[in-house]
Design a binder for this molecule. Structure first.
Ligand SMILES: Cc1ncc(COP(=O)(O)O)c(C=O)c1O
Length: 388
């Protein structure tokens, strides 16, 4: 992993935080360094991943889709995790860390609601108090997940600033953390001040660790020609790419949300249209005006509707290690229907962007391509019914 001791990936990363959070972030950093390689901590987390989450998730060869595209497509089935997405891998890791630090009050932000549900689930399991900030627009478009969080005992606070989506929820969660630095903020993506981007990537790296051994078992080779993942803040992509970053022969393809198109004002394609700045504690790429005001993002997918991106991805894209494609709402919707009809799997709208990238990026006939199917589509049925 191309990370230096100050928490930078090349020029991107760092910890740009208010004075009041310095101590909290320093204590988090200490605890993360202490436990990241601690055998007891790791064995407790791995046991939960196996017996509670249901890992390893299958690597499924999608034969009908492969035939149609002229590729050999494998799907990493993160949609089959308990709670329906990759988010639970990280939420459990951070919740266990919170307990090691003696913290019992948990704060989280959520966009699509999957990280909120994962955090509320971890808190129910481990007996922690949970408060989730969620933009009001997202509360409305991801209602099944709001109801799940509430049933799990979490307090869901609708946020009404900005365009009432993920950025605004993150602002509010950070504000709550400042008011109560003794609480533990479980961030749901590879964003935020160092050590969050690295910690979240590490908890998600279990995805590519499994991919390698599963692909070897099925094809005799642990390296595919390409790995494709959608990218909001970047956690499922970071997990899917992690163990392939040093293998230069494996292409890493990130699919960001173009919304209505990168040449319109309604987009969330941060790497394609963004410029350098500081957002939510990290120096990274973000969508901003010439005088540094955040441009409100847009995507049909609540989980990709974010004006920033994790510093790891800003770095990998800048150095050319990661290819970035922008996928429109329409392309994602079509890809979701295609997967559903060919393979009987309804993907999350976020994951549908990765599937659409199979047609947007260029591949050679017969290429072995793993798509990280980051989540399932139950939460998106209202959007699918309206738009398909
Ligand atoms: C199923 C799913 N995939 C992807 C994402 C995007 O987040 P990230 O880029 O951190 O993986 C989300 C976010 O909510 C999600 O729910």
């Amino acid at each position: 992993m191309p990370l230096d001791e100050r928490g930078y990936y090349g020029r991107f990363g760092g910890a740009f935080i208010p004075e009041v959070l310095h101590r909290s972030v320093a204590l988090l950093e200490q605890a993360y360094r202490k436990y990241a390689d601690d055998p007891d901590f790791l064995s407790q987390w791995h046991r939960l991943l196996r017996d509670y989450v249901g890992r390893p998730t299958p690597l499924f060869e999608a034969k009908r889709l492969s035939e149609k595209l002229g590729l050999r497509v494998f799907l990493k089935r993160e949609d089959l995790n308990h709670t329906g997405a990759h988010k639970i891998n990280n939420a459990l890791g951070q919740a266990l860390l919170a307990i090691r630090m003696g913290r019992t009050n948990i704060i989280a932000e959520t966009g699509a609601g999957q990280h909120g549900v994962a955090t509320a689930t971890a808190c129910a399991l481990l007996g922690l108090k949970c408060t989730v900030y969620m933009g009001k627009t997202d509360v409305e478009r991801q209602m099944p997940n709001v109801q799940r969080m509430q049933m799990l005992g979490a307090q869901v606070i609708p946020v009404t600033s900005g365009n009432m989506t993920l950025k605004d929820a993150t602002n509010e969660a950070m504000r709550a953390w400042c008011c109560d630095p003794g609480s533990f903020y479980i961030i749901g993506s590879t964003v935020g001040p160092s050590p969050y981007p690295e910690m979240v990537a590490r908890f998600q790296s279990v995805i590519s660790e499994e991919m390698r051994s599963q692909l070897k078992e099925q094809t005799g080779n642990e390296n595919p020609d390409a790995v494709v993942a959608c990218i909001g803040g970047g956690s499922n992509a970071a997990g899917a790419f992690y163990h392939f970053i040093e293998s230069q022969e494996v292409r890493l393809v990130a699919a960001e949300a173009a919304g209505l198109g990168v040449d319109t004002e309604l987009t969330a394609a941060t790497i394609t249209v963004g410029t350098e700045g500081v957002l939510h504690g990290a120096h990274t790429l973000l969508m901003q005006t010439d005088d540094g005001q955040i441009i409100e993002p847009y995507s049909i997918s609540a989980g990709l509707d974010y004006p920033g991106v994790g510093p790891l991805h800003a770095h990998l894209a800048e150095t050319g290690r990661e290819e970035v494609v922008a996928v429109t709402d329409r392309q994602a919707l079509d890809a979701a229907l295609e997967l559903t009809r060919l393979e009987g799997i309804i993907p999350a709208l976020e994951s549908a962007h990765a599937l659409a990238a199979l047609k947007v990026a260029q591949f050679n006939p017969g290429d072995v391509v793993i798509v990280n199917l980051s989540g399932r589509g139950d939460k998106d049925m209202a959007a699918y019914s309206k738009n398909l």
